[in-house]
Design a protein around this ligand. Sequence first.
Ligand SMILES: NC(=O)c1ccc[n+]([C@@H]2O[C@H](COP(=O)([O-])OP(=O)(O)OC[C@H]3O[C@@H](n4cnc5c(N)ncnc54)[C@H](O)[C@@H]3O)[C@@H](O)[C@H]2O)c1
Ligand SMILES: O=P(O)(O)OC[C@H]1O[C@H](O[C@H]2[C@H](O)[C@@H](O)[C@@H](O)O[C@@H]2CO)[C@H](O)[C@@H](O)[C@@H]1O
Ligand SMILES: [Mn+2]
Length: 466
Amino acid sequence: MEKYAVVICGGGSTYTPDMLELLCFAQKDFPLRKVVIYDSNEERQRKIGEYGKILFRDYYEDVEFSYTSDKEEAFRDIDFAFVQIRAGGINLRSSDEKIPYRYNCIGQETCGAGGLSYGIRSVPEMIQLITDIRAFSPDSWIINYSNPAAIVAEATKRVFPNDRKIINICDMPTQIMDSYLPLVNKKRSDVEPRYAGLNHYGWFTGLIDKKTGVDVLPEILDICVNETDTVKKQLNEMYIGDKHWGSTFQEHLNMILDYPYSLPNTYCLYYLYPDTCYSHYNEDFTRSDEVISGRGSNVEKYCDSIIKLGKMKETEFDLGIHINNNGNDVSNVTSSTIAYNDVHAPYLIELAISIINNSHDICLVMVENNGIVPNLDHGMMLEIACRIGKYGVEPLHVGEVLTFEKGLLENQYASEKLLVDAIFEENYQKLLQAFTINRIVVDTDRAKNMIDDFIKVNGDYWPNFK
Ligand SMILES: NC(=O)c1ccc[n+]([C@@H]2O[C@H](COP(=O)([O-])OP(=O)(O)OC[C@H]3O[C@@H](n4cnc5c(N)ncnc54)[C@H](O)[C@@H]3O)[C@@H](O)[C@H]2O)c1
Ligand SMILES: O=P(O)(O)OC[C@H]1O[C@H](O[C@H]2[C@H](O)[C@@H](O)[C@@H](O)O[C@@H]2CO)[C@H](O)[C@@H](O)[C@@H]1O
Ligand SMILES: [Mn+2]
């Protein structure tokens, strides 16, 4: 049986423990010979690296596990690169979120001015990373989570136009399916999604039951409209203790009631309800602060405890690993790390399994439009349903989008396209246009003031726009 070599880029990521543990759970369906975690910040990765040594020794000893900041050590002889870097780190995410508030604008990780600022940092680092991976493993799959995925996808499309093994993905639609499918007693592996839009700005147009061929989305929307209180209660229970996602999904349900003909991505909230979102956020304690004190701190404590014990088996951290024996459905076998049981790792591994088995599972990934949605810009990197196999990504037919969605998407794509132009040309005028055309920014003076502030905090992460 073939065994694969995986590198996780951004090894210091808060998602890495979940990812490593799920690789142990999925060893029957995704057999591995080598796992390397790679990070440009040795210190940030060290604890997760030391924890990973214990994990693989206890649960997957025939895998060669290591951690490094050396590119050749990380990228030589690799089959899959899972990429989850945060260019500039969490502190600059904090600036991305706080600077817009100075000008009465929402600050968000991937949307609006914050997302544009983040995109300017991410693009050069992602291009360098992919170039480095390709230098040592020209035929490896590069599956990227790093944000802002829409802007990264637009930029990598231009620099690596013929590289069919770069896949940009997002786990938000997966999370939305997991949140609403229980209303019709289904889970994610029971349906094939139909979806269209840009990353973090799209809509489900169908959820096809694999057994019957029936689209269960209309029934879900009907329940949302006619049994709203039941749905509110179910979402509250699902996200009990998770204030951010709990409140996000309550607002998301309100958006469905306003536009009850499709199931939008949660991120549409920032574009369609900017004033409501602005009023709900605390500019002195934004989402990045919650992540630092929540997921970030939990993951660090988790790794520290295991490193201190020197083992996981027969401790409170014992994963009770059983070889995943329920077929390809790793989404049923979530890891038990304290980081959080989430869709992030399962989604990535489900994708990899569909590739190695050539099973053509349908996943939502970002591909160049090229007429799949004939009334949208053909260069748009659309997040749509695609069949995933060992020879690449094959998009399903979509057809035209409605006027409302077309108007929103063309506007957003103009912002993202102008931003990538601005980055490559170091062009201030296009930078100003990218900010001003964005539905969350709108005003030229506000855009100019934010850009001035972003230039100050981003330093060398930003080119010298002129
Ligand atoms: N696509 C999605 O739906 C999705 C879901 C969740 C998270 N994300 C993204 O995944 C990334 C990781 O999230 P996180 O909260 O774990 O971030 P994090 O800040 O906890 O970790 C990111 C790691 O990347 C490292 N890094 C930064 N630049 C690098 C480079 N050029 N080369 C190698 N390593 C580098 C950092 O040192 C850090 O250890 C972010 O971009 C986040 O937005 C995407
Ligand atoms: O604010 P964060 O860092 O917690 O999350 C930002 C990311 O949010 C989405 O990913 C979600 C995922 O969709 C859902 O499973 C949730 O429970 O956890 C993930 C991250 O916490 C979004 O898709 C990402 O692009 C964002 O980076
Ligand atoms: Mn996402």
